[in-house]
Ligand binder design. Structure first.
Ligand code: ZN
Length: 439
């Protein structure tokens, strides 16, 4: 008997990101509701299944939806606002004053909508965020059918959003209670950085994370200056300070991790800390280069993030992956490391694992959520294709992302966003520029 399902997607290649990086040829994925129900050779799929939505993608490679593991989505409204500056001046003289003046519920909602449109168009199906007014980012994600892990920001100083660490935490935990039944939304605790949170606040975050079984998402070792200041103030590096406070563990998701010496690397490794590499942001701000190949050699869980549009200035994970592997090969003088399997694993399964979602997303396997991306490899940018995954790493995207499904729902159809008015979003970005520049 032929079973009725929601969608059948057939493609020339499917990179599964499973344990052995299986690359299937001429296979089909069967979606039932929000899950991957079956994966089988295309030649037999119609003997077993029928669907209203059938996609025959003979020019395409399918991969698991990409996971951008470190973002501040709403900051897409500050894209290009303060380029060509080091982190300290960028933050203290430009970004924080602009945020003080403009960040509001409306800013976060609009900025998040714009960021999510860019992310879906470039093959991202989950983002790991950290910003103020989490409710608005979550609303934007659910409206657009995007999966998001929302970091509940905590810091010492007041912002438009909250007045002190207790207020940040209270608002964050209220958010968590309010959104806990929403399929597409999960939460982390997000102490902003070692230099913006006290020992007392960090300890409190650690206690909540343990009690509530939540990941902790933070910036850690972003610049040399951060490390020097920590040593002069606390006599230890930020990583060592986190260790002393009991925060180093498998639930810690640490963005950046540049300038990590032997002792700090051992601490991260021994405690199974998850590292998020943000190569473009680190380069734009002149912060440094995280040597992720050392971390991967040790078996550490490394994933990839773009950071915000204000310091990248793109949210394109294909570009970020290419940057990550080229930098790693270059600084180590080893062209054979960081191949396409390692790269796409970082952008899919490793990120899912770091946010406790390894059972749900991050690979194309039975019973997982149907977060799926199809990229056209039949273009001037990619042909001839000798090794599809390698072609995707080095030549991929450039407008080639054609189809995106999130939670089983088609969000990008032949390159066009479903139910999202891109012109309207572009005009919203323009109107914020006028407001921000003229005040
Ligand atoms: Zn960041």
């Amino acid at each position: 008997m032929i079973k009725k399902v929601n969608s059948i997607i057939s493609a020339s290649w499917i990179y599964t990101a499973d344990k052995i990086n299986t690359l299937l040829e001429d296979h089909s994925i069967v979606i039932l509701e929000d899950e991957i129900f079956d994966i089988l050779p295309t030649k037999s799929v119609f003997d077993k299944y029928e669907a209203d939505d059938v996609f025959a993608l003979s020019d395409h490679i399918i991969i698991p939806g990409l996971i951008n593991n470190h973002t501040h989505a709403a900051m897409s409204l500050l894209k290009g606002y303060a380029n060509d500056l080091p982190l300290k001046s960028w933050l203290e003289d430009h970004i924080w004053p602009a945020e003080k003046q403009h960040v509001s519920e409306a800013f976060v909602k609009d900025g998040s909508l714009i960021a999510i449109a860019e992310m879906i168009k470039t093959g991202t199906t989950t983002f790991n965020d950290m910003y103020f007014y989490p409710n608005e980012t979550a609303e934007a994600a659910v409206e657009m059918g995007m999966r998001a892990n929302i970091g509940l920001v905590v810091m010492e100083f007041p912002t438009n959003y909250a007045s002190d660490p207790e207020d940040y935490l209270k608002k964050g935990l209220d958010f968590r209670d309010q959104w806990r039944d929403e399929d597409l939304i999960s939460t982390s605790l997000a102490p902003h950085a070692p230099y913006t949170t006290s020992d007392k606040t960090l300890s409190l975050v650690g206690t909540y994370a343990e009690q509530l079984n939540l990941p902790i998402h933070t910036h850690l070792h972003e610049t040399m200056e951060e490390i020097k200041n920590s040593i002069s103030q606390f006599k230890v590096s930020p990583i060592q300070r986190f260790g002393a406070l009991g925060l180093l563990g498998p639930n810690l998701v640490a963005a950046h991790c540049t300038h990590v010496g032997e002792q700090d690397l051992n601490l991260l490794n021994q405690n199974n800390v998850n590292v998020v590499h943000n190569p473009s942001s680190n380069l734009i701000l002149g912060s440094g280069i995280a040597d992720i190949s050392k971390m991967l050699d040790l078996g550490m869980n490394v994933s990839i993030g773009t950071d915000s549009s204000a310091s990248n200035n793109r949210l394109d994970m294909f570009e970020e992956l290419r940057m990550a592997v080229l930098l790693g090969k270059g600084i180590n003088h080893k062209p054979e490391i960081l191949d396409s399997n390692v790269a796409f694993k970082m952008a899919t399964y490793n990120a899912a694992k770091s946010m406790n979602k390894g059972e749900l997303i991050g690979s194309i396997e039975l019973k997982k959520k149907a977060d799926i991306v199809a990229i056209n490899l039949d273009s001037i940018f990619t042909q001839p294709v000798y090794n599809p995954l390698s072609s995707l790493l080095y030549n991929g995207n450039q407008g080639g992302v054609d189809y995106v499904w999130i939670n089983g729902t088609l969000k990008l159809n032949a390159g066009q966003l479903e139910n999202i008015d891109l012109d309207k979003l572009t005009n919203i970005a323009k109107s914020w520029k006028t407001k921000i520049k003229t005040t």
